[in-house]
Write a protein that binds this ligand. Structure first.
Ligand code: ADP
Length: 264
């Protein structure tokens, strides 16, 4: 049996007392070494879920448990050893004056010993294809290169759960495939669980389970093929046809049998 790593228990959240609820009674579980994709229209609550998972936000109702520990103000530093997160806009995550300083930053915060840090900087920058840039100033990098470095920085902390919130959106398709291969390898080596918030069909197809969000609630949770078969309903909740049609193509390329009646 795989260990339960993430548990959302009846979580509701709003950004302020006068604001509307953006998550309503959400419950789900994620297990060790699982690959999950979270999809849903803009504003459906996906990024809010990610931020609740590493204590950037706290729920007003319900609880979030990571690796057996409830996320609270007191537990966030322990939680952040377990949960690594990369956002869409890497500029918000850079703090170092060089690429290697930046990769070191997350490790310094978590008290990792210097020799081990040097080794991990080397390993993770190689893994994302950025070893030649270790002394480069981050602001001189392209968007895609920044995303690679941000991913290296998070992999270097050896999290148990990696959350990628549109974190490869600036990479070209080839670069995205390379990074996903690297992450798949790390998942196998370290039993990492992966949560991708994504519009990238490859990432949706490769997930074991897809969580579909709609207006702050979990609309469905199933294997990619089962989700796709609800095409008409997906359209009703704002997941557009090009996305769904292309998902069908990707599933077919991946050799997943499709119920063609669901296409019409
Ligand atoms: P998604 O990632 O699915 O696009 P988000 O989790 O970013 O959705 O947003 C969910 C809802 O919360 C949206 O209605 C959004 O406008 C609102 N929201 C997001 N961030 C804030 C914030 N900092 N303050 C107030 N409302 C916010």
């Amino acid at each position: 049996m795989r260990d339960k790593l993430v548990e959302f228990k009846n979580v509701s959240f709003r950004y302020g007392e006068d604001e509307p609820w953006v998550l309503k009674n959400c419950s789900f579980e994620i297990y060790e070494n699982e690959a999950i994709a979270i999809i849903g229209h803009n504003g459906s609550g996906k990024s809010t879920i990610a931020k609740l998972m590493n204590g950037l936000l706290f729920p007003q109702e319900g609880a979030i448990v990571i690796n057996g520990r409830t996320v609270t103000q007191d537990s966030i530093w322990e939680i952040r050893k377990d949960v690594g997160m990369v956002f869409q806009n890497p500029d918000n995550q850079f703090v170092g004056t060089t690429v290697q300083d930046d990769v070191a930053f997350g490790m310094e915060n978590r008290g990792i010993e210097r020799g081990e840090m040097v080794k991990r900087i080397d390993d993770t920058l190689s893994a994302v294809g950025m070893q030649e840039y270790r002394l480069t100033e981050p602001h001189k990098l392209s968007g895609g290169q920044k995303q690679r470095v941000a991913i290296a920085g998070v992999l270097a902390i050896f999290p148990n759960v990696l959350i990628l919130d549109e974190a490869t959106a600036m990479l070209d398709p080839r670069g995205r495939t390379d990074i996903m291969k690297t992450i798949t390898r790390v998942m196998a080596e370290r039993s990492l669980s992966l949560i991708t918030i994504t519009h990238d069909l490859q990432e949706v197809v490769q997930a074991e389970r897809v969580i579909v969000m709609n207006e702050g609630a979990i609309w469905d949770e199933a294997a990619p093929r089962e989700i796709f078969e609800k095409k008409a309903e997906l359209r009703q909740i704002g997941l557009d046809i090009p996305f769904v049609a292309a998902l069908s193509d990707e599933l077919q390329k991946a050799g997943v049998p499709i119920n063609h009646e669901a296409l019409n």
